[in-house]
Write a protein that binds this ligand. Sequence first.
Ligand code: PLP
Length: 438
Amino acid sequence: MKLYSTNNKNLRVPFREAVFNSLPADKGLYMPELIPQLDPLFIKDIQQYSLQDIAFHVANALIGDDIPEDDLKAIIDEAINFEAPVKFLNEETAVLELFHGPSYAFKDFGARFMSRVMGYFSEKNEKTLDVLVATSGDTGGAVALGFLGVEGTRVTILYPKGKVSKVQEEQLTTNGQNIRALEVDGTFDDCQALVKLAFNDPTLAEELRLTSANSINIARLIPQTFYYFWAYAQLKAQGVKDVVFSVPSGNFGNIGAGLLAYKMGLPVKHFVAGTNVNDTVPRFLQSGTYEPKPSIQTLANAMDVGNPSNWVRIQDLFSNNLEELREIISSYTYDDEETKAAMDELYAKYKYIACPHTAIAYLASNAYKAAKPGEYASVFLSTAHPCKFPDAINEEVFLKIELPKGAKDSAGKTKLATNLAVSYSDFKAYLLKNLNSN
Ligand SMILES: *Cc1c(COP(=O)(O)O)cnc(C)c1O
């Protein structure tokens, strides 16, 4: 697969290069030059396949020229080694649970696949691969656990101080080994801006073998397509014909992967993006003017993104055609009160305990159903296990949460984090000073 930059369609780089230099120098985002069309027979029989079979088939169509079949199979079997079940709440509403991986969030799909692809492409005698990642909470945990102990790699995580939950912070800061956490006195957007500056810094490029693990990396986007196909396969097995996916959206990588799957031939009737009050995309879809804003802190903090970096990819997928975008995506915005009420409703009606992000997807799913009633399954994506968000969930309900296996492991371990001001020169100095230590 060759990729171009959304800012320069004449540029073409191989997949390997886009994996290690996740941002093109012109600050666009990499997109596949050609979007492969899956065999209609594969889609027709998709209910016969396992998640791993489907993942292999989809990945092979995209990057089969870059990674031979056996290696690709091995990468997928190692990376995608957990479940992603669709569970019906009532006849027409289902939830796709994406939190059964090691960090209890859907980001495990992207992080685990990417870490193994990077390992696969790394040469034995190369410099340590320095992974830089800004996180609003869940990315960091998935990347930390995805890369922990992977030889030849070191991960530096920037997270906004006081804006991630206790469980999230533990997943970020208690690993040691090849994982370093920087506690930044600012917002997620500040963290992301620092990381972006580092990637465009020629001095750092010379001293370090830098790479990104953010959702802008194409190797994170690809595995996120897998579960859309897998969800469709599960639904098809139950006789469902039409599907609408509702995706809780922050940086718009998750829904972007869904739209890529759609472009590859997955029959999806419509996509719904649910956001918290960080509503840059819903405002854009309404007005046609893209006006990013500084991020606002909410209960659904993994979606506190004022300028969603993957949005340009989605626009690119639809040739920047606003009308086409409006035909395939609807979006709805919810504040914290509405989010809380939705979590209460899910518990009262279905005894289902959802994280705040998931609750937003549920609300958006219902809103679309109300606007466009019809015979289709509304599937909202559950992006994280509720145990990661104690502050957002009603205390009585929180006590009823069944903790996933191993969730207690990181509790009580020593926090290992370095404070950082929102200062690029400080960040750069840190990276250069700690060149050879963990
Ligand atoms: C990252 C995250 C999101 C937002 O996903 P994007 O791909 O950034 O839109 C939603 N929910 C949870 C729990 C997350 O961790």
